[in-house]
Ligand binder design. Structure first.
Ligand code: ADP
Ligand code: MG
Length: 323
């Protein structure tokens, strides 16, 4: 490592110095490892990590996005995973491969974006790794968080009869640029867990699109099915604004279910507990025992929905490879 890189880490460290005093982080940037304390009240630690690549998850080299936006997204998508378990994020670790050209400016801008999101959600920047190379920008963030009292909310807990709910409108995130500004639904998820307790059976954050992510819940819960009311699925205004073909309601729905990178939450809730949901949640359907994924149209017809949309549409939604 060159002297410049040490100075860079010193600068990152100075940025982290003013951060909220995370009581659970005993030692942050500066030693070989960070030191974290046991989670309080016998709770478990949650650990998640997500890597973002230039040219795939953002466009830095071609000038479409700046490094501050990349930093916000890199932190935001990880915090969204903690939200999906109804946890509370505590500490973030950032590993970067910086493109040689302009690496110092990129590192500073990136750190500003990372810190902005970390500060907004009381997360301390507690460590990382810094490298410079001849390739494009690669950013990996790992976040440690504490599970909710009562335990983490898993994908695997859905049961037949559960109501399926989403936290906000879906679709159009990529063409609108909204995918660069994920808003992790941490508060909403914690409030949901506090209100519902054991009646909150399963949850996931929507990164690949409801059409794909809900299938993870179905598969992890032992091979269940979902019946969604097409008219109940909230479609984001970005769908109509950025996809001219969305005047056709089936195409609009295909975008809502397939575009991905909405970072809203989808949860499965005991039916009798639905009255305890806050106004942020929309009930869109029900879990059934028969494996499959169906949409019910306004006329009450129930049709199988493939990951790429209705079979007969001949319309295949973009595979955005964002896992
Ligand atoms: P080592 O060579 O022992 O791994 P480093 O020189 O890589 O140590 O890192 C020194 C300290 O700076 C460590 O605490 C590490 O976690 C932290 N660090 C390095 N790069 C970053 C970064 N980009 N963001 C936050 N912390 C960093
Ligand atoms: Mg290191």
């Amino acid at each position: 490592m060159k002297i410049g890189e040490f100075q860079l880490i010193d600068w990152v460290r100075s940025q982290a110095a003013g951060q909220p005093p995370g009581e659970l982080v005993e030692l942050g940037i500066g030693d070989d490892c960070a030191v974290v304390k046991p989670a309080p009240d016998g709770q478990k630690w949650l650990v998640t990590t997500d890597m973002l690549l230039d040219g795939r998850h953002f466009e830095l080299a071609d000038g479409r996005h700046n490094a501050t936006e990349v930093g916000r997204k890199a932190m935001g998508v990880n915090l969204s995973d903690i939200a999906a378990m109804a946890g509370t994020p505590v500490a973030a670790f950032v590993s970067v491969a910086l493109p040689r050209q302009n690496h110092e400016a990129i590192a500073r801008e990136l750190t500003i974006g990372l810190k902005e999101m970390a500060d907004a959600f009381d997360v301390s920047l507690a460590g990382g790794d810094t490298n410079v190379w001849d390739g494009p920008l690669v950013v990996n963030v790992a976040v440690f968080g504490v599970a909710a009292l009562g335990g983490p909310v898993l994908r695997s807990g859905a049961r037949p009869g559960d109501c399926i709910c989403v936290s906000g409108p879906l679709g159009g995130s990529l063409p609108s640029g909204r995918h660069m500004r994920p808003v992790p639904q941490l508060q909403l998820a914690r409030e949901l867990k506090a209100a519902l307790g054991e009646d909150l059976h399963a949850m996931i954050d929507l990164s690949d699109g409801l059409g794909g992510d809900l299938r993870h819940i179905l598969n992890e819960s032992g091979g269940l099915g979902a019946v969604l009311q097409a008219g109940a699925i909230p479609i984001h205004a970005d769908v109509y604004q950025h996809h001219p073909d969305a005047a056709d309601p089936l195409i609009a729905l295909t975008h809502a279910l397939g575009d991905g990178e909405d970072f809203e939450l989808c949860c499965c809730v005991e039916k009798s507990a639905v009255g305890r949901l806050s106004g942020s949640w929309t009930v869109i359907g029900e879990i059934v025992a028969e494996p499959g994924f169906w949409l019910v149209d306004a006329a009450g017809r129930r049709r199988l929905w493939e990951k790429s949309g209705f079979d007969h549409l001949g319309h295949v939604s973009k595979d955005n490879e964002n896992n």
